[in-house]
Design a protein around this ligand. Sequence first.
Ligand SMILES: Nc1ncnc2c1ncn2[C@@H]1O[C@H](COP(=O)(O)OP(=O)(O)OP(=O)(O)O)[C@@H](O)[C@H]1O
Ligand SMILES: [Mg+2]
Length: 412
Amino acid sequence: MLIKLKISKKVFNDSYLSFLNLVTRVQIFFGGSSSGKSYFLAQRCVLDVAQGGHNYLCTRKVARTIRASIYNEVVKAINHFKLTNYFNINKSDMVITCANGYQILFAGLDDVEKIKSITPQKGVITDIWVEEATETERTDVKQLQKRLRGLSKVKKRLILSFNPILQTHWIYQEYFGNWDDSKNLYQDDELSILRTTYRDNKFLTEDDRAALKNESDPYFKAVYTDGRWGILGAVIFRNWRVEDCSEIRKVADKFKNGLDFGYGGDPAAAAHTYHDKARKRIYILDELYQKGLTNDLLAEEIKKMIRKQYITCDSAEPKSIQELKNFGVNALAAKKGKDSINFGIQWLQRQEIIIDISCTNTKNEFQQYKWKEDKNGNALQEPVDKFNHIVDALRYAYESEMTGSKDSLWSW
Ligand SMILES: Nc1ncnc2c1ncn2[C@@H]1O[C@H](COP(=O)(O)OP(=O)(O)OP(=O)(O)O)[C@@H](O)[C@H]1O
Ligand SMILES: [Mg+2]
């Protein structure tokens, strides 16, 4: 079956047009935020599959983050192209099948068994798209590349998209050897790299642009405004590492949970943690990190994570706390004393913080939460108000521990 596509160039951002039919084996799309990377790759995925010959595997590090991001983007692209009649969208299994038999499949890299066994109904996987690829380890992507075996009519591709958060990342080491930072494009027979920024996205509103243009912190400006590989100066936490906490989970008995409210611009962020007090270790076992949740939905998510345990919440929203209680969450209000941010940070700096591999947003925050700097690059005593949602949640969770308060509450 041949699907006739008539699509105007106008629906794409110009910087990406020459990539519509590019067949290089490894393709990297990186750059600043809101530069149209995800949108374009979702568009291209849908068009490739509709034209036939391509089966896509769309991935991210953590399976449960896929639905709200890459899956949503792809479904949106199908709708925008008005191709809904040609695609069968199985929402519960997240399997999208085109009328021509080719498919778009989704799996998290943490779901090793699924990744190994996932196969399209017709032909083989031809394209693997790793969204937010800085979340991954080198071995994750090496494993994935094994899935690009087998014969196909079209050339196979590995596609990585991300914000270039840290120059120490394996992706930089592996693929950016020949990259010239004064240019926005690199191309050889095996590898293509495109850098885009908000300036490449004609669909943004003036407000979106202004927020990025006016960024004052040098690190955030480099990474998120200009799409340059970040070099972090005054990072706040170095006392953390990422581990698989499944063994600890079995013996963990005392939990501390915290919640920072958020809705539109910022996500609601909650941390479910185990405190090994004797060793001064905090294990972050589970996270919630989601925008757009009304309090009823937020309550459901929190209960899934901590059931009847207590959770200490940002006291700035007493109404939300009361609503969470009405929805069955054992919510408490943080007290937040004078100078509680710096006090809390100093206390957390003295713990050993172990982040479970599933908590990619927590890791992302710990990597990028930083002190403000003066124009000479000297760290100031005040954190930049970014990448602090989980950290705030932790400060609330451990508030009673920090102050040695008698009414310290433990949850079992
Ligand atoms: N071709 C397009 N048509 C319509 N809107 C678009 C298009 N491309 C981008 N946009 C708009 O711009 C927004 C930002 O684009 P997108 O999410 O793709 O950026 P990104 O580069 O993936 O950003 P981030 O690095 O933050 O993930 C989208 O949410 C969408 O509203
Ligand atoms: Mg994106």
